[in-house]
Design a protein around this ligand. Structure first.
Ligand code: 5GP
Ligand code: MN
Length: 345
């Protein structure tokens, strides 16, 4: 990880130390393991320090992330509008976690934009929008959770990272690296994990809580999708999976059930670009993954109003499910040369 910007760090430190508390932490909409882990990890560190910290999430999240300490205190905005608004309005500092485009704040966008106190952004996605006063942006970092840990250490809060905070932060690093499969070329990531282990976390237990906690319906859905809803294009080194509303209903789909499906086609020999389309009410959600040089964040930005990291990105299309798939199929020839040039095996 690159060194912190000392100027930004010092400013944030002064604010954090001088304010009483009442910090609000906002992760991105549909928060994943890194967003929830970073938010709850940071909230716990601040609370251990004696500050008041509340996590307000723009939406609910998967069951397999609900074991973290502090989960029961999270305000899920659509379910607690009044309390969420009151928490943000009375906050002295707003900390946006694991996103860098204001649209990712979902229904909380207007509160983030109009926030009058100190605002801080802690994130690891490329191309940050400067919607916060202080931006701690490290796209080279494995996860926001690793960044939160290093940040806390750097400003002198290491003693407040207890086992519960370490568990949440470990969850963030583990999920954002696909269990230490990608984004782990920086030795510091393993040093961070090593320090979290020193704090007494049980990494086997955390892995199991996240990855061995699925319903039978979810496993059947995965099998069905692999068998019936996947197209493989060896000539483009690409594969696409799609999850229609009808299939979701058939397998009693709940949030989180399709987590990591998009990675599955990358296990096929010769495939290094994978896509998952999920039919939502009025739009189609797209997830993209790649191995190697093929930049899915660029693909998402140009074609699906999205973004993300080079090897993991997402976007959306306000069109029918069929139109999204047709669009994808028609784009492949355009990217053929690049897909061949960037092939990994
Ligand atoms: P996922 O496929 O897991 O939903 O998202 C993977 C990554 O893509 C996220 O970490 C996030 O950086 C990015 N991402 C997902 N959806 C969107 C989106 O709609 N807009 C933008 N800008 N980024 C997204
Ligand atoms: Mn992340």
């Amino acid at each position: 990880m690159k060194p912190f910007d000392i100027d930004v760090l010092n400013h944030v430190k002064v604010e954090l130390f001088s304010l009483e508390g009442n910090f609000v932490i906002v992760p991105h909409i549909n928060p994943d393991g890194d967003a929830v882990g970073s938010a709850l990890g940071l909230a716990r560190i601040l609370k251990n320090w004696g500050k008041k910290a509340t996590v307000v999430s723009p939406s609910g999240y998967a069951e397999f992330l609900k074991w973290m300490v502090g989960n029961e205190d999270v305000l899920v905005y659509p379910d607690n509008k009044k309390r969420s608004e009151a928490a943000i309005q009375s906050a002295e500092m707003l900390i946006c976690i694991d996103f860098n485009h204001i649209s990712r704040a979902g229904g909380l966008k207007k509160f983030v934009e109009n926030f009058r106190g100190t605002s801080v952004l802690i994130d690891h996605h490329p191309h940050p929008e400067a919607f916060a006063q202080f931006v701690v942006s490290h796209p080279e970092c494995s996860s926001t959770a690793e960044l939160v840990y290093q940040f806390a250490k750097e400003i002198g809060l290491k003693e407040f990272v207890d086992t519960a905070a370490a568990e949440a932060l470990f969850c963030g690093i583990m999920t954002d690296t696909g269990s230490f499969d990608y984004n782990v070329s920086d030795p510091q990531t393993f040093q961070t994990v090593s320090e979290l282990l020193e704090l007494g976390i049980d990494q086997d237990k955390i892995h199991s809580l996240v990855y061995d906690n699925y319903s039978a319906d979810r496993m059947r859905l995965m099998g069905y999708c692999l068998s019936e809803c996947m197209e493989v294009y060896p000539e483009y080194h690409a594969a696409v999976m799609y999850l229609s509303k009808e299939v979701q209903d058939r397998f009693n789909f709940v949030t989180g059930d399709s987590e990591s499906f998009v990675n599955l086609p990358l296990s096929i020999k010769g495939i290094h670009f994978s896509t998952l389309f999920t039919e939502k009410g009025d739009h189609v959600k797209a997830s993209f993954r790649s191995k190697g040089e093929f930049a899915v964040n660029e693909f998402a930005r140009k074609n699906f109003s999205g973004g993300g990291h080079r090897n993991a990105a997402g976007g959306e299309l306000f069109a029918s499910f069929k139109e999204a798939l047709d669009k994808y199929r028609s784009l492949l020839p355009e990217y053929q040369e690049e897909l061949i040039r960037t092939k990994t095996n």
